[in-house]
Design a protein around this ligand. Structure first.
Ligand code: IPE
Ligand code: IPE
Ligand code: MG
Length: 246
């Protein structure tokens, strides 16, 4: 039986989030500069997006650039921003062909103007697509997002729209940049690092975590299928006991 046949199409995660990691080490292994790794990561983005769309996963979130990534050498940051513009422009027609809507989360306005513009164009040009939503986390960090949500709610309190006692979980959720997007059931991180790196801290409260040893540029449909198969073998108890689940 091949990997695809092992996936139960009736219990797919609705939302998969991915920390795409290992581009630099992949490049090093190939004796090439780090940017070569980022360029080769685009193929993995394409494959993962296509595989999710084929399966019927409704949301795919890809962590592409963290607020901490600004601290990398300037040449690498510039190359990443340029690659983003190129990739966004190139891939929009494919997204439209596959009925995929593009969204983004993060402190987007602080991106370089060209990157921001390409992103907004991509979002605008795909906004009516309905088969799947691809969410890019760009200049994203979870601590930024949580603080930003707190500020929005504090303003409402200051404006007498709500009292502190009235604040509910739903109010907080709708103040996050992921408002309207269900929490990911499955979070994948590539490259063998076992950490979250400031990604979706609120939203992954009950996500299943899957760590793949593969560097991101080598991630293909087969690796995604393996992650989903692993996910489907887990028992998600949400605080209950096993007997209450089955
Ligand atoms: C992930 O790969 C891509 C980004 C963070 C933009 P890395 O660039 O972090 O690759 P490693 O972790 O150094 O191998
Ligand atoms: C996390 O990867 C950010 C992205 C994948 C965009 P990093 O490579 O930046 O994470 P750390 O710094 O090693 O934790
Ligand atoms: Mg890394």
């Amino acid at each position: 039986m091949n990997l695809l046949d092992k996936i139960d199409k009736n219990s797919l995660p609705k939302h998969i989030a991915v920390i795409m990691d290992g581009n630099g080490r992949w490049a090093k292994e190939h004796g090439r500069p780090r940017v070569f790794g980022h360029k080769n990561g685009v193929k993995a983005v394409r494959e993962t997006t296509e595989a999710c769309a084929e399966l019927g996963v409704e949301y795919l979130t890809l962590y592409a650039f963290s607020t901490e990534n600004w601290n990398r050498p300037r040449m690498e940051v510039n190359a990443l921003m340029t690659l983003l513009v190129e990739t966004l422009r190139k891939e929009i027609s494919t997204l439209n062909k596959n009925n995929i809507r593009l969204k983004a989360i993060g402190d987007l306005e602080k991106l370089p103007p060209k990157t921001y513009k390409a992103l907004l164009e991509g979002i605008e040009n795909t906004k009516n697509n309905t088969h799947m939503t691809l969410i890019l986390a760009l200049n994203y960090s979870s601590k930024w997002e949580i603080l930003d949500a707190v500020k929005k709610i504090a303003k409402k309190v200051a404006d007498d729209e709500i009292t502190p006692d009235e604040i509910k979980e739903a109010d907080f959720v709708s103040a996050l940049s992921t408002a309207g997007i269900p929490d990911p059931e499955l979070l994948i991180r590539t490259s063998g690092e076992n950490r979250i790196s400031n990604f979706l801290l609120w939203q992954i409260a009950y996500s299943e975590l899957y760590f793949s040893p593969v560097f991101w540029p080598d991630f293909r449909k087969a690796q995604l299928y393996e992650a989903i198969i692993d996910f489907q073998q887990r028992e998600r108890r949400f605080g209950k006991i096993s007997e209450q689940i089955s």
